[in-house]
Design a protein around this ligand. Structure first.
Ligand code: SAH
Length: 262
């Protein structure tokens, strides 16, 4: 039995329920041909299940106190890396795989969005993410226009792929028990969706459009953009709307109109 002092600052909420661990693997459809990146090995309970099913697993863990326990698991097709995933270069992480890979993880909740953005923007070989996140974050990930949860995260996920909530998971399934329930979300990546649009530039534009979500698109863009006069190319009726009233397709159209000649 692992004798571990749980560290809240690292978002340590472990899962031990084998049915739930199997369900995560099934929801992610892990099979013998899959390379898997896990973020946050913890005590290795999910890592063990992934290693049984996948071709190869690379698992990052920031907490060095877990190192001797994880190494003692002796998983033959698994490499543990002890360090901060946010400090690791995406390219370096990806070099460890012979091709495409999936992310499957019970994420450290304090950095959920940064992890999602990092891999969506930087990855070349990632095909899907199946991640345990706080329920509220899951709702933001899958939200569509007009919904109060709809914002930068929903739009950028929709820019790079398609997201689905696979299951809601009670906080009682974790130890230590977190304050809120969780949800397992799958994001299937589709890099062909908006080919030709620079993801980083589009992200900056969406952040500006949503800077003040109760304000109109016009107000947000006038304050946020260096060449503000360009926004008057847009129809007056569009400019009067609030950012949450635009679908991803509408935002892509607006973006292309504004940045056409740049
Ligand atoms: N997979 C395990 C643990 C999940 S808790 C389980 O489901 O039981 C999240 C884990 O992520 C913790 O072990 C925490 O130490 C680790 N972690 C937190 N921040 C991290 C970071 N920046 N890089 C790598 N691992 C991190």
């Amino acid at each position: 039995m692992l004798n571990h002092v749980f560290k809240k600052k690292f978002g340590q909420n472990f899962i031990s329920d084998t049915n739930l661990l199997s369900a995560i693997c099934e929801d992610a459809s892990v099979g013998k041909n899959d390379n898997v990146l896990e973020i946050g090995a913890g005590a290795g309970s999910l890592t063990v299940e992934l290693a049984k099913r996948a071709k190869m697993v690379v698992s990052y863990e920031i907490d060095k106190d877990l190192e001797s326990h994880l190494m003692s698991l002796n998983l033959p097709n698994t490499t543990f890396v002890f360090g901060d995933i946010m400090q690791a270069k995406t390219e370096e992480i990806e070099k460890q795989f012979d091709g495409e890979y999936k992310i499957i993880a019970n994420l450290p909740y304090y950095i959920t969005s940064p992890i999602i953005f990092k891999f969506l923007k930087e990855s070349k070989k990632l095909t899907s993410l199946t991640i345990m996140v706080q329920k509220e974050v899951a709702q933001r990930i899958v939200a569509t226009k007009g919904n109060g949860d709809y914002g930068v995260l929903s739009i950028m996920v929709a820019f790079y792929g398609e997201a689905k909530i696979k299951r809601i998971v009670s906080k009682n399934m974790f130890y230590p028990k977190p304050d809120v329930d969780s949800a397992l979300v799958t994001i299937n990546i589709n890099r062909d969706k908006y080919q030709g649009i620079d993801g980083e530039k589009f992200y900056e534009f969406i952040c500006k459009a949503f800077a003040m979500r109760r304000k109109t698109l016009k107000n947000n863009l006038i304050h946020g953009m260096a060449s503000a006069e360009k926004i008057f190319i847009l129809d007056e009726n569009l400019l009067k709307k609030r950012p949450e009233e635009f679908s991803i397709e509408e935002f892509v159209d607006i973006y292309l109109k504004i940045f056409k000649e740049n």
